[in-house]
Write a protein that binds this ligand. Structure first.
Ligand SMILES: NC(=O)c1ccc[n+]([C@@H]2O[C@H](COP(=O)([O-])OP(=O)(O)OC[C@H]3O[C@@H](n4cnc5c(N)ncnc54)[C@H](O)[C@@H]3O)[C@@H](O)[C@H]2O)c1
Ligand SMILES: [Zn+2]
Ligand SMILES: [Zn+2]
Length: 371
């Protein structure tokens, strides 16, 4: 038995995704969970694929920032039940490998082998077109469709009183941004934090830094509207690098010392280099933004050793989704973080190409598909 449903299918870069009817088994295989999607955010990582900066197998259902309701569970699934409200994680942990056991599930062996290649844990796809062509699911999630099939650990149950639109953003931008500040950078209250890029990820890095009481938060972007948002999310100072020189402004704001923490949330070599160049001695630069395939950066290793600088990668905010998702939803429900202001447009699946056009033009923060 199969279920037929609507999904946005990506077939080639720089062409609109097509809304197609595709099919999925109605009974999940052992260990899997069938989720009826209720909301999905539009993240910039999918845009890297859409514009051809990241190569992926096709056809593919993009989207990896989603929330929904468990519709069916496969044999052996014990951690989630039918009817649970879940947020999908694009790093579903195997819970057995060295990384999982040591508390770093985003680095899981199974994720690196399968989810990162847009496959399920058995190395296969779950969805097909009505002509029988197999369809990949981005990062093993594929939230731009009415259903998704993920391993049990890929669907994290959360409280049922949280709205799906806001909860969906916890599936990527919120966890990535807040986590980059709290988990990867481990921001302390006496520190000054520089955040480069004030989109879905950067604004959450700002509110993550605020959540742990960072003394000063300097936000950087090239759009004034984004910088206004940054102030709302907790920035104490803002720098518009389309008109201002970043190194001069950082020197001015820190008495020439630089910042203790710089978080890059754009994904460009020059802004990663700028984050690193903004550090005070002993500082740490966190790379959350992801660059187009093949790009590299240049740093001065002498300065790195001499000043004990750290350059740290941050995948999914170094999170542990099973712990962090419910916690972030609680922080939102108790007004400690703001997810409402991140949702600047609610769209239908049919409007998805429009949503990405707006992201290219820097309009709004997050468009969220409501199913
Ligand atoms: N590390 C991870 O796990 C992870 C997870 C999700 C997203 N990402 C990556 O994070 C990056 C940001 O994602 P997003 O969804 O927040 O994107 P977004 O498009 O919502 O925001 C990007 C922001 O950067 C600003 N910007 C662009 N060029 C700039 C420049 N030269 N100088 C200053 N600001 C500039 C834009 O105005 C915008 O505000 C992307 O590269 C995405 O792939 C990484
Ligand atoms: Zn994302
Ligand atoms: Zn693992």
């Amino acid at each position: 038995m199969t279920i037929e449903f609507k999904a946005a299918v990506f077939r080639a870069p720089n062409e609109p995704m097509t809304i197609e009817t595709v099919s999925i088994p109605s009974t999940p295989p052992p260990g899997d969970v069938l989720v009826r999607m209720r909301a999905s955010g539009l993240c910039h990582s999918d845009l890297h694929v859409i514009v051809g900066e990241w190569e992926v197998p096709t056809p593919m259902i993009l989207g990896h920032e989603g929330a929904g309701v468990v519709e069916a569970i496969g044999e052996g699934v014990t951690g989630v039940s039918v009817g649970d409200h879940v947020i999908l994680t694009w790093t579903p942990p195997c819970r057995r490998c060295r990384y999982c056991v040591s508390g770093r599930p985003v680095l899981c062996d199974k994720v690196a082998e399968h989810s990162a290649n847009h496959l399920s844990f058995d190395g296969k796809t779950r969805i097909s077109t009505l002509d029988g062509e197999e369809v990949y699911s981005f990062a093993g999630a594929g939230t731009f469709g009415e259903y998704a099939m993920v391993p049990e650990s890929g669907a994290v149950p959360v409280r049922q009183d949280a709205p799906f639109e806001q909860a969906s953003l916890v599936g990527c931008a919120v966890t990535t941004g807040v986590g980059a500040a709290i988990n990867t950078a481990n921001v302390r209250p006496d520190e000054t934090v520089l955040v480069l890029g004030c989109g879905g990820v950067g604004l959450n890095a700002i509110q993550g830094a605020r959540l742990v009481g960072a003394r000063r938060i300097i936000a950087v972007d090239i759009a004034d509207a984004r910088l206004e948002q940054a102030r709302h999310f907790g920035a104490t100072e803002v720098v518009n690098t389309s008109t201002e020189d970043l190194s001069e402004r950082v020197a001015q704001l820190t008495d020439g010392r630089g910042v203790e923490v710089a978080i890059e949330a754009i994904g460009l070599p020059k802004t990663i280099e700028a984050a690193y160049a903004s550090l005070a001695r002993g500082g740490r630069a966190v790379v959350a933004g992801q660059v187009a395939d093949g790009l590299t950066i240049t740093i001065d290793p002498f300065v790195m050793s001499d000043s004990e600088l750290k350059l740290i990668g941050s995948n999914y905010g170094s999170s542990r989704p099973a712990i962090d998702f419910p916690q972030l939803v609680d922080h939102y429900m108790d007004d400690r973080i703001d997810l409402d202001s991140l949702v600047t447009r609610v769209i239908s699946l049919d409007e998805i190409n429009d949503g990405y056009e707006e992201m290219k033009q820097g309009v709004g923060i997050r468009s969220v598909i409501k199913y």
